[in-house]
Design a protein around this ligand. Structure first.
Ligand code: NAD
Ligand code: UDP
Length: 339
């Protein structure tokens, strides 16, 4: 069993990953500045697993925070979630995004080097693929220039990590390209808790269902898709969390830098998601069609063959599970972690 530093571990994907790590018997240390999360998620992770983790409130941009953690604990590997992720905000305050996501990642890897730790799993995104690629997207397809600053930070960090591992064979890095993470742990005790108005489809849908928002705006109904609305590959956050454990196991024995898609391989349209949510949960979602959202592509879904073959990972949950679990979390926690 290994000792794992999880940056951004109090957040949505990080908290689910901490739970799976603890359940698998690993020791977990979380470093998070709580800029987009609450420590409550970590109390609940410990409750669910009946195990303890160590939490350090700190920032990946601050050397002293990182060195303190690396000096205090004998870390074997790092799973790096910490960063900012709001696409619209990244257009308004690009420097803040470059600082947290790019400079923060550089700072983290420098501290890892100082501490002699070279195993890293990085949260990347399907947004790094060139928009001209036709889905299913595979890892051999070219990356492109993302349409927003958030996506740009993911592409840059991927490239920096690749160059680092080319120059120094001690590095062993997994780039996990997430498709669309949704859902929650089946207990409904941890889940996604976005601050302010949600950018993403699923939290918007659950907030309409729970009465926090009036209606869903569906961005575009004139795409060349099954019903005119955008198609995405939704992936259950618990499947995604487990992909990190598989990547970690792979990285503990292999060197180099390698990318893996983490998706189900199934595309669902916005209308399909909305209709299925209503059906499986017995609630209705008011909606209107709105203009396309700038930067959105019509269709994006994964070919995850590489993750299956090399990481022995496949998604176990389907769309119904994702929709049920998202609603179960939101219903039990209408105001998120604020209770
Ligand atoms: P999240 O905002 O819930 O979690 C990120 C965590 O990082 C938060 O707890 C936040 O407080 C922390 N953080 C931010 N800046 C920090 C800093 N400078 N120092 C320390 N902690 C910091 O987001 P999430 O959905 O769990 O995403 C986790 C990672 O996965 C992010 O890097 C995100 O870009 C990436 N990702 C997310 C999605 C998605 O749709 N959720 C898709 C692809 C990639
Ligand atoms: N979407 C929508 N209304 C919303 C949020 C999203 O119609 O309030 C659509 C969006 O246009 C895309 C899909 O839902 O087709 C998934 O969007 P999301 O922001 O969740 O993820 P993305 O794929 O953009 O990262």
């Amino acid at each position: 069993m290994a000792k794992i530093l999880v940056t951004g571990g109090a957040g949505y994907i990080g908290s689910h990953t901490c739970l799976e790590l603890l359940n698998a018997g690993h020791d977990v240390i979380v470093l998070d500045n709580l800029s987009n999360s609450s420590e409550e998620s970590l109390y609940r992770v410990q409750e669910l697993s009946s195990k303890k983790l160590d939490f350090v409130q700190g920032d990946i941009r601050h050397d002293q925070d990182l060195d303190k953690v690396f000096n205090q604990y004998q870390i074997d590997a790092v799973i790096h979630f910490a960063g900012l992720k709001a696409v619209g905000e990244s257009q308004q305050i690009p420097l803040t995004y470059f600082d947290n996501n790019i400079a923060g990642s550089i700072n983290l890897t420098k501290a890892m080097e100082r501490a002699g730790i070279f195993k890293l799993v990085f949260s990347s995104s399907a947004t790094v693929y060139d928009e001209a690629n036709i889905s299913p997207l595979n890892e051999n397809m070219p990356t492109g220039m993302p349409s927003n600053n958030y996506g740009y930070t993911k592409l840059i960090v991927e490239q920096l990590l690749e160059k680092m591992s080319e120059a120094d064979p001690r590095w062993s890095i997994a780039l996990l390209r997430y498709f669309n993470p949704v859902g929650a742990h089946k207990s409904g005790h941890i889940g996604e808790d976005p601050q302010g108005i949600p950018n993403n489809l699923m939290p918007y849908v659950t907030q309409v269902a729970v009465g926090r928002r009036e209606k869903l705006s569906i961005y575009g109904n004139d795409y060349n898709t099954v019903d005119g609305t955008g198609v995405r590959d939704y992936i259950h956050v618990v499947d995604l969390a487990n992909a990190h454990l598989c990547a970690l196991n792979n990285r503990l024995i292999n060197n180099g830098c390698r990318a893996w898609n983490i998706g189900t391989g199934n595309g669902s349209s916005v209308l399909e998601v909305k209709n299925a949510f209503e059906k499986v949960n017995g609630v209705s979602i008011a909606f209107e069609f709105a203009p396309r959202r700038s930067g959105d592509v019509a269709i994006s879904f994964a070919d995850s063959t590489r993750a299956k073959e090399e990481l022995n990972w496949t998604a176990k949950f389907g769309l119904e599970d994702m929709l049920k679990d998202s609603w179960n979390w939101q219903k039990q926690n209408p105001d998120g972690y604020q209770k």
